[in-house]
Design a protein around this ligand. Structure first.
Ligand code: CA
Length: 510
């Protein structure tokens, strides 16, 4: 009798369509997706070798979780981003190159550019307010953001850590306006006032409110380091998604290892005993704390028995802040690459990237094909099976999924572009106002200030020490034309030269 009643009840529920969309998604087993984005982490700031030999920096840093991830996934040795924070993050969220989305420098206050002053270059009115989804706000790029696309596809979209998508007092400062279901600790600022719970992550002095990390009140006054607090909250949110029977998109964007370089005492001692300078040791402790977070997330996925249906993408948003950029005692180097954060040279833009996708990616594999940050957008949407038919922006990103599958693929043999008609402010090699293109092994950089170009064969000269522009004039002409054509196509902004009272010309018109 009871059995019959149950059967009738079940039939009734089925007929009434009482099963939620989330449960339907569970049936097709949409993969969970974790983007683990580190801030300002250099290409060599890990024990995983990304160069063709093990460097002294690989031996200095301890990142066992990254080693495990690389052993289970694919390591990309030529993965690129922009040279500063916001352009990279907007490209990831929109699939657009910085030249097209125009958030070319880092954002903070509404309608206030962050460019340093230049003697004779005036910088364009770039999208200094960041991004938005639907609302019309001046100086913003309007696009359909990746979390919105994933949310619409049935995902529980989780933002944890640094956002830095939009200026304060604009909608884009709040990740929940960009499609995230939940926001932990993200706002307009691109750095934490403090990593220390004892300092309430900067929420003490009213004058620090711009940089004070929002939320996380339950850790205030505790000894919980910021990276650890963010990890605990990320795990709580993944658990929430599991309980809701929804696949999740976790955007785990650590504030680490951006300045202030504050030591994580759990890991500091070993680096001091290694003989490192206190600042270098503090930086190494930030790196190891970030890696512990990755390890904890991987352990959680294993414990919940969902690791086989979870994709993890590891990336950094720009090169490591090198000694030459800020002066004083170095805390990171990027060698054998030249320069660091803010630079057009490889040290500014080449990132440690790893992708784990059980059942698709061969563990321990290495991929040398160059890819760039806007490719993440297209690839992640495809991983989720989400449609891009109704998005509002034109895409530059190309899916790297064929590479993950190990297939021979020519679709990514395209030029990659960087465009920075701005001035970051720090001094160092390759830091200035520039446009650049990489095509095959060749890279051309066009410096706006004096219109000179530099040409490097990256395969032969990874440190960009030998400028071949004078010897390879045909190659300079070819790459200048490719770069100029692209910049015109996307209506890229150029600085204005007050000496000659005109815009800086495109590289093939100089
Ligand atoms: Ca950064």
């Amino acid at each position: 009798m009871f059995k019959t009643l149950l059967s009738i009840l079940l039939s009734f529920l089925l007929l009434q369509g009482c099963f939620s969309p989330a449960e339907e998604h569970m049936e097709v087993k949409a993969p969970n997706i974790v983007v683990f984005l580190v801030d300002d982490m250099g290409w060599q700031d890990t024990s995983v070798p990304f160069y063709d030999s093990i460097t002294a920096f690989n031996e200095r840093y301890k990142t066992p979780a990254m080693e495990l991830l690389a052993s289970q996934g694919m390591k990309f040795t030529q993965a690129y981003a922009s040279a500063v924070c916001s352009p990279t993050r907007i490209s990831l969220m929109t699939g657009m190159n910085a030249a097209r989305h125009r958030v070319t420098n880092w954002t903070l206050h509404k309608n206030q550019p962050t460019d340093a002053k230049h003697e004779f270059l005036q910088f364009p009115t770039w999208n200094m307010n960041g991004m938005t989804n639907e609302l019309t706000v001046e100086n913003t790029v309007r696009a359909t953001p990746l979390p919105q696309i994933l949310h619409n596809a049935g995902y529980y979209a989780i933002h944890v850590g640094k956002a830095h998508f939009g200026a304060n007092q604009t909608p884009g400062e709040d990740p929940t306006h960009l499609g995230f279901d939940v926001n932990i600790a993200g706002h307009a600022a691109g750095a934490p006032a403090s990593y220390y719970g004892e300092n309430n992550y900067g929420n003490i002095d009213q004058t620090q409110t711009t940089w004070a990390v929002p939320g996380l009140e339950k850790y205030h006054g505790s000894k919980v380091f910021l990276s650890e607090a963010l990890t605990r909250e990320a795990i709580y949110q993944m658990d929430t998604a599991i309980n809701r029977n929804q696949p999740f998109f976790l955007y785990m964007a650590h504030y680490a290892v951006h300045a202030p370089i504050q030591a994580d005492s759990t890991y500091l001692k070993a680096y001091l005993e290694m003989g490192l300078d206190p600042k270098e040791a503090a930086y190494a402790s930030l790196i190891e704390g970030m890696d512990k977070s990755l390890g904890d997330i991987m352990s959680f996925l294993a414990k919940k028995k969902i690791e086989d249906n979870t994709i993890i993408l590891f990336m950094s948003d720009n090169g490591g802040l090198s000694a030459s950029a800020r002066g004083g005692i170095p805390h990171t180097h990027n060698a054998p690459l030249n320069s660091g954060k803010g630079s057009s040279y490889e040290g500014g833009i080449r990132e440690p990237m790893i992708v784990k996708w059980p059942g698709v990616v061969k563990g321990g594999s290495v991929q040398k094909q160059p890819v760039i940050i806007e490719d993440f957008f297209t690839s992640i949407a495809e991983m989720a099976g989400a449609s891009l038919d109704s998005i509002s922006q034109k895409l530059d990103g190309v899916s790297f999924i064929p590479l993950l599958k190990g297939s021979p693929y020519s679709g990514l043999n395209r030029p990659l572009f960087w465009h920075f008609p701005n001035l970051w402010g720090a001094k160092g090699p390759g830091i200035g106002s520039y446009s650049a293109v990489r095509f095959g092994n060749w890279k051309l950089i066009y410096f706006h200030e004096d219109r000179h170009v530099e040409l490097y064969n990256i395969a032969m000269d990874i440190g960009e020490k030998h400028n071949l522009a004078e010897n390879e004039k045909d190659k300079v002409a070819e790459l200048s034309a490719i770069l100029g054509t692209y910049l015109r196509k996307v209506e890229a902004q150029m600085p204005f030269d007050t000496r000659v009272n005109r815009l800086v010309p495109f590289p093939d018109e100089r």
